[in-house]
Design a protein around this ligand. Sequence first.
Ligand SMILES: CC(C)NC(=O)n1c(-c2ccccc2)cc2c1CN(S(=O)(=O)c1cccs1)CC2
Length: 232
Amino acid sequence: KEKVEITKEQQALMKIITDAYNRHQIPQDVAKKLLQDQYSAEENFLLLTEMATSQVQVLVEFTKNIPGFLSLDREDQIALLKGSAVEAMFLRSAQVFSRKMPSGHTEVLEERIRKSGISEEFITPMFNFYKSIGELHMVQEEQALLTTVTILTPDRPYVKDQQAVERLQETMLDVLRKLCVLQHPQEPQYFARLLGRLTELRTLSHYHTEMLASWRMNDHKFTPLLCEIWDV
Ligand SMILES: CC(C)NC(=O)n1c(-c2ccccc2)cc2c1CN(S(=O)(=O)c1cccs1)CC2
């Protein structure tokens, strides 16, 4: 049985990423709003727009703290952000949704998301994903590293120096793999399950493109930042 050990450097790397991940949370007031105002579909849509916009800002700030990210080609940095924005949004949503909330809050949250103009065909896979992430009971280091691995996906559109991104991603995957073994010793397949969620994420982001089309048909407005990052 190989002895898995996280090196000093890997420990430092994990601390930088986890601190950044925790520092760049969505302002609580936005999340709290979901639980306060009235319930019209329009109102719910606006709240989700606000939350998603704030999450993109959080994502950009978080990404700057990934060691090595700012040394990548500048255009590749943009390509990685645009290419991972939707997946990062779904991942963050799943983490927010599966977080322990005061009783009844999760139900209200679910209700508002269901009543925000998203068509039923997307609601089901979305909530299945939230549940499948929740069941993993990831520790915050795993959440931060999983988001980092998602951002550092080499085969996003328009990435020129894929090798450079691959090297960074492999560094993060190695730490994540060791962390999973140490955090879930009874479950040797845990790391593989985690990576399986990334495949599910890609499927969800295809749904997202269709979600946007259906919203735009009903003349829903997005913020300039969301239009920019989603190319709409
Ligand atoms: C935490 C943030 C990042 N989550 C979020 O904004 N959510 C959440 C969500 C899930 C769990 C807990 C709290 C919120 C559900 C949905 C979104 C956004 N999208 S969107 O980006 O397509 C959108 C933007 C504008 C109109 S629709 C639709 C679905």
